[in-house]
Write a protein that binds this ligand. Structure first.
Ligand SMILES: NC(=O)C1=CN([C@@H]2O[C@H](COP(=O)(O)OP(=O)(O)OC[C@H]3O[C@@H](n4cnc5c(N)ncnc54)[C@H](O)[C@@H]3O)[C@@H](O)[C@H]2O)C=CC1
Ligand SMILES: C[N+](C)(C)CCCC(=O)O
Length: 491
């Protein structure tokens, strides 16, 4: 088939690199159809070392450029991505299974992120500090060196941009490892950076899974690891990075609360709840999957949520009209269905969806589709309410008072995001203050423009992506102290 991928998917030294050894190859599937797209061939020790050395040589050049020179190249990369957006989005859909409409937004967010950090690059500056007797000190904001990015499969291209753009603005180089399930689009970003004029080796792609990731986290030439993925793997990354005191950013999972008060604008709250649960088939770390609804409005809220959920067009993700595509893999689909049947055993009621969906188009019959599911009669102690499902499953929980709901919302080890719908502005801000999460959306959900910092509290991780603050996570401060007089020695 035309979409079968033959080219090498690794990239370093400014070019695609064929894998050395094909013995640990794993098939890569198209979620929409279940067919094999290509093999993912993991990089071993020698390849990882080559990629990191290539990054280091680019770092020596890139870090010497002024912010404005870096910005010019980054803006060109953003322009090329914008120009090729439709093709990249299509490939993302083929590899990930999400709808083309969402993939187009993802690619737009990627170039916006690069454009945004291009704008920040020339503004990076230190401070001048006056000291007694004409002496002074100044600070320099310097890059860290070679940074590693480890990505998840839910936003493959966007994650690569979210990590590389702030890294490059600060003068770092990057070796990026995509998820083994979505190896296709990171290498396109690498080619675009090259075409835009970055030095060879500035953005490198190594394919692989846990073993390749481990090699990256242990490598002595790596200064920082930025990771997106699950909590257990995040802990391992932190542990490995600790051995050589590498800096770490962890963007982990969540089980975020969305609190809907009876004084909300109901239609917006319903739309918000759908946005909080069903983007990318529910495979989104910041999703608001615990939907707390004030008891008085439970009935109309549930009716409207179910009506709209049933109307979601599920099927071929490449069609413009589709709103929900396929889950990432067959095992993941089975895991999600397992969570739903466990929820039923524990007393939850399926109001709609939650079943394997088989599209009528014969070419899609082997795809991994699950109809979007709304669970009622949920309790805080159920597995579906406590654990990250990472699928299209919304759990609805009734509540009575603000105090009670805040306590329940915070009763989790996660803390990535949260949301509140109310017309009472004092309440909205009070709730935002008291929710233990890195983001709180008021009267909307899952809007994450690149200007706004994104990241977790508690076991959802630390460090931030996007926003000006992320510069601090990709740079270090040097203090230079200048003596203008004589040395007053105690000795
Ligand atoms: N926070 C988020 O955005 C994400 C959360 N998840 C959650 O995690 C579950 C499992 O998904 P996975 O893709 O298996 O997540 P994962 O956390 O195992 O994988 C994420 C990335 O880490 C890499 N990795 C795995 N083991 C590693 C190691 N020992 N050292 C270094 N890198 C390593 C993987 O190859 C991948 O690139 C999902 O079902 C979901 O619940 C998954 C993806 C994204
Ligand atoms: C784009 N957004 C905000 C819906 C999710 C990005 C975070 C992630 O799941 O990787």
């Amino acid at each position: 088939m035309s979409t079968e991928i033959k080219e090498a998917l690794n990239f370093w030294g400014g070019a695609r690199v064929q894998p050395k050894d094909t013995k640990n190859a794993e098939p890569v599937y198209e979620p929409a159809t279940g067919r094999v797209l290509c093999d993912m061939i993991p990089c071993g020790e020698v390849e990882v070392d080559e990629a990191i050395k290539s990054a280091h040589s680019a770092y020596l050049k890139w870090s010497k450029l002024s912010g404005l020179e870096r910005a010019r190249i980054m803006l060109e990369a953003a322009r090329i991505i914008r120009e090729r957006r439709d093709g990249i989005a299509r490939l993302e859909v083929i590899n990930n299974g999400k709808s083309i409409t969402e993939a187009e937004v993802d690619i737009d967010v990627a170039w916006q992120c690069i454009e945004y950090y291009a704008g920040i690059a020339p503004t990076l500056a230190g401070q001048h500090i006056q000291l007694p007797g004409g002496s002074f000190a100044y600070t320099r904001r310097e890059p860290l060196g070679v940074c590693v990015g480890i990505g998840a499969w839910n936003y493959p291209f966007q994650i690569a941009a979210w990590k590389s753009a702030p890294a490059f603005a600060c003068g770092n180089a990057m070796v990026f490892k995509p998820s083994p399930m979505t190896p296709l689009t990171a290498v396109i970003l690498a080619e675009i950076y090259k075409e835009a004029g970055v030095p060879d080796g500035l953005f490198n792609v190594v394919q692989g899974g846990a073993e390749t990731g481990t090699l990256l986290c242990h490598h002595p030439m790596v200064a920082k690891v930025s990771f997106t993925g699950s909590v257990p793997t995040g802990k391992k990354v932190m542990e490995m990075s600790a051995k050589s005191v590498k800096q770490v950013t962890l963007e982990l999972g969540g089980k975020s609360p969305l609190i809907i008060f009876k004084d909300c604008e109901l239609e917006n709250a319903v739309k918000g709840a759908l946005m909080a649960n069903f983007l990318t088939q529910g495979e989104v770390c910041c999703n608001g999957t615990r939907v707390f609804v004030q008891r008085e409005i439970m009935k109309p809220f549930v009716e409207e949520v179910v009506k709209r959920t049933k109307a979601i067009v599920i099927g071929d993700p490449l069609l413009e009209g589709t709103r929900m595509g396929a889950l990432i893999s067959k095992p993941h689909m089975e895991k999600v269905l397992g969570f739903i049947s466990q929820a039923q055993q524990q007393g939850a009621k399926v109001l709609c969806g939650g079943e394997p969906y088989v599209p009528s188009d014969p070419k899609l019959k082997g795809g991994y589709y699950v109809s979007p599911c709304v669970l009622d009669n949920c309790r805080d102690d159920m597995t579906c309410v406590k654990e990250e499902i990472f699928g299209p499953v919304m759990s609805i929980l009734p509540f009575d008072t603000e105090e009670e709901v805040l306590q329940r919302a915070n009763n989790t080890t996660f803390g990535l995001a949260s949301g509140v719908f109310t017309r009472d502005i004092a309440r909205a801000h009070r709730v935002a203050e008291n929710l233990q999460a890195g983001t709180c959306f008021i009267n909307n959900y899952n809007v994450s423009p690149v200007e706004v910092p994104f990241g977790g509290y508690k076991m959802s991780g630390f460090g931030r992506e996007n926003g000006v603050v992320t510069i601090e996570y990709y740079s270090q401060l040097k203090t230079v102290v200048v003596e203008m007089g004589d040395v007053e020695s105690l000795f």
